[in-house]
Design a protein around this ligand. Sequence first.
Ligand code: APR
Ligand code: MG
Length: 218
Amino acid sequence: MASGQLSRAEALACTGCRHACHVMLYSDTKSQLFGRIPIRHIILMQMRFDGLLGFPGGFVNPSKESLEEGLTRELLEEIGVAVPILEENHVESCYGPVSSTASASSGLILHFYAKKLEEEQILDIERSAASTAIEHGHEVLGMVRVPLYQTRGEGGLSLFLSHSFIGNARLQLMDCLMRFGLISAKHLHKALSHSVETHKHTAQDLESALALIQRKQN
Ligand code: APR
Ligand code: MG
């Protein structure tokens, strides 16, 4: 097991820890972008209240509910559908980032799950996330799909990966893309390399925007 990771049972043995569960919901699709670029898979993420991209889910209280029951409860609040999550959907558990309230002995433990659905179920979720989910417009600003393709202008996955993510959500996404064979290592490597370059341009854009605002203030 990779360092910082722990089994589900080890994680639950830490009674003083806080636990948070998140899930990657995804499906296959035959649809195409512009009628020619295969979309291949629909992967759901969300724009969170803090402006970061992340997966649906949240804090769970193992003294009152199982991890999976708690995650299903969170899903009802955040996407409007109580998608049943089972132990078999568990992918990994790890200690939360040190920058949060976490520490290896008494902090936050993050549990990650993945569940494959039918495309129609994903479409239902997208509809209910924007209509009946009680957290819509509050903790969740909107659901987003992960573009797995690259357009000729390098749009798609590489630009998506260059956004800002909560905690280790970007790594969780990349791990699941590889683990479930949703993308090849070669394509992911290429997309990430381009993301690093994009990030440099983004930093320059931000510097220019800051300079503009400073000039307007003076
Ligand atoms: N990797 C690492 N940490 C993550 C990830 C991730 N992929 N996703 C979420 N977290 C962290 C968050 O930073 C937070 O500390 O897990 C914790 C719980 O996840 P949330 O989805 O933010 O929790 P939720 O129960 O949905 O509610 C959000 O928590 O921050 C408070 O006041 C805030 O009311 C809000 C609530
Ligand atoms: Mg949440």
